[in-house]
Design a protein around this ligand. Structure first.
Ligand code: FES
Length: 159
């Protein structure tokens, strides 16, 4: 059963302010789901239903779109989400060492959140920066040519 979610008033306001700039309400779907993370913990089924109602898009379509984007968390996450690419280019250039270092430093495995709720670590298929592999993102910031020794500075920047 889906738990109903009331959209944050600031999110509604954000959407209303942009409606005139988009050709259809539907075209605001991805930006709205991204913006929703500022006011709601994650894209729960209830949140997706509420966003769908606001934008006049069926909930099933909202869920379908959200499932495509790793930047839209569908489960509770920490304050900062760390995404490390583990696809071919990044694998060949040492992403496994970066991932292992992150797991050790954070004290959690891929797919988990640190005990203090500060970081969630996930792996993704590609961050569209294959030419500067290995790459990772912390929230919306991309880091390229990442080496294990860079991890501490990257984590410090997120704080
Ligand atoms: S393979 Fe890692 S960014 Fe594309």
């Amino acid at each position: 059963m889906t738990v109903a979610v009331q959209l944050h008033p600031e999110l509604r306001k954000w959407v209303e302010e942009r409606l005139a700039r988009y050709p259809t309400r539907r075209s605001l779907l991805v930006p709205t789901l991204m913006q929703a993370q500022k006011y709601h913990d994650y894209a729960s089924p209830g949140l997706m239903q509420a966003v769908g109602e606001l934008l006049e898009v069926p909930a099933s379509e909202v869920m379908s779109v959200a499932s495509f984007y790793t930047l839209i968390p569908k489960h509770p996450v920490g304050k900062h989400v760390i995404q490390v690419c583990h696809n071919v280019s990044c694998y060949l250039r040492g992403c496994d060492e970066v991932i292992a270092h992150l797991e050790e430093r954070l004290g959690c495995k891929v797919g988990e959140t640190t005990e203090d709720g500060k970081f969630t670590l996930v792996t993704v298929e590609c961050l569209a920066a294959c030419g500067s592999a290995p790459v990772m993102m912390v929230d919306e910031k991309l880091y390229e040519n990442v080496r294990p020794e860079m991890v501490e500075q990257i984590l410090a920047e997120a704080d």
